[in-house]
Design a protein around this ligand. Structure first.
Ligand code: AN7
Length: 360
């Protein structure tokens, strides 16, 4: 027996995507991720603002990359490609490796040595990709991958591949389907800048199709030590503990700036300290575990609340909706979680010791 039971983003949004009946479907039923109301963050934002979390960590490999990868790998299979390749700060490699395994196509990934989270590395390895760690950062890896895929018959599956952006834009369709329209504001992390490009494209297409009425203000956040767009110059040695967005020369720089400017938004930065504070608030107050790069969305939200950004919009009685994109699951980087909090206290295995600790 074959066939999908509920399918993924290609089946659900087929008419918006560059596929035909001939395109094989390489899917793990990605997408359809929850939009979760955030009670604590909504209270902090103000009485007429609702904050929602788009939990992309619940995709099959634990990040939003699966939306673009299902399409990129399906198209590579349609074109009878024998191999795909990407550079990655982790999540792209995890997703490429899984979808390539599913599509029975060879996968090669180039990662910065010692600089990707353990969960992501384990995924790329267990799915059978050829994983090569270079003594260099993501930007160097991406340049090498571009050169190799130009010279050899290997399909590039970084977000320079337009299929990646096409697939990822379906997340904005889901937000609109869920809210009945686009939100007023969208906050998201920016690394290689493919995702902000994809969301903005999706919002515009949905509106043009008459399926939504408004467009959101796009608010992107980079990590302070890796903020080339904010500083308006490439960063040679980007630094941040949010390894997913440790990127100094984003491939989709221009289209990210266009999304910012066309939407009347901004691209700003948050420090590692702010990212970790947001990471903890999200986990402790909302019950949602997202990786540090994703917490940049929440750090950005808190920064904008604190500097009064929303005040100028919310003087009226109108209700406003903010959607924060949580791009990857917290379990991707368990080491960071454990470093952020105290390790468990080791006690004697008796009732008295336990009761003493829990204060009853
Ligand atoms: C969790 O995996 O670039 O601005 O190579 O993994 O579209 O790059 C990951 C990026 C945000 C930034 N959040 O998105 C890679 C990679 C998470 C991420 C981003 C990434 P883009």
């Amino acid at each position: 027996m074959s066939g999908q039971i509920n399918g993924g983003i290609i089946q659900r949004y087929r008419k918006f995507l560059p596929v035909s009946e001939k395109t094989p479907l390489v899917t793990l039923n990605e997408g359809n991720t929850p939009l979760i109301y955030a009670e604590t963050l909504s209270k902090l934002a103000g009485s007429n603002i609702d904050v929602y979390l788009k939990y992309e960590g619940l995709n099959p490999t634990g990040s939003f990359k699966d939306r673009g990868m299902t399409l990129a790998i399906s198209k590579a299979c349609e074109e009878n490609a024998t191999a795909v390749m990407c550079a990655s700060t982790g999540n792209t490699s995890a997703s490429a490796a899984a979808y390539a395994a599913r599509g029975k196509i060879k996968c090669i990934v180039l990662i910065p040595s010692g600089a990707i989270a353990l969960g992501k590395l384990s995924q790329a390895l267990i799915h059978g990709a050829k994983v090569l760690a270079i003594k260099g950062n993501f930007d160097v890896a991406l340049e090498l991958v571009k050169e190799i895929t130009n010279k050899y018959p290997i399909v590039l599956v970084n977000s320079l591949n337009p299929c990646r952006i096409e697939g990822q834009k379906t997340a904005s369709f889901e937000v609109c389907d869920c809210l009945g329209d686009a939100p007023d504001f969208q906050i998201m992390p920016v690394g290689n800048a493919g995702n902000i490009t994809a969301y903005w494209k999706g919002y515009k297409e949905y509106k043009a199709a008459g399926l939504s009425k408004k467009l959101p203000v796009m608010l992107g956040f980079q990590a302070k030590g890796a903020a080339p767009i904010v500083r308006n110059k490439p960063i040679k040695e980007p630094k941040t503990l949010a390894t997913a967005i440790r990127i100094g020369n984003p491939a989709s720089w221009k289209s990210a700036v266009a999304a910012r400017d066309e939407s009347g938004g901004l691209i700003d930065m948050v420090s590692d300290k702010e990212i970790i504070a947001a990471y903890k608030i999200l986990a402790e107050k909302e019950g949602v575990f997202a990786e540090p790069a994703s917490a940049a969305s929440i750090a950005g939200l808190l920064k904008l609340i604190n500097n009064g950004y929303f005040k100028k919009f919310t003087l009226s009685n109108k209700e406003y909706k903010i959607v924060c994109i949580l791009t990857g699951h917290g379990l991707k980087d368990p080491e960071r979680a454990i470093k952020t909090v105290k390790p468990p206290k080791v006690i004697r295995p008796d009732l008295k010791s336990i009761i003493k600790e829990i204060g009853y």
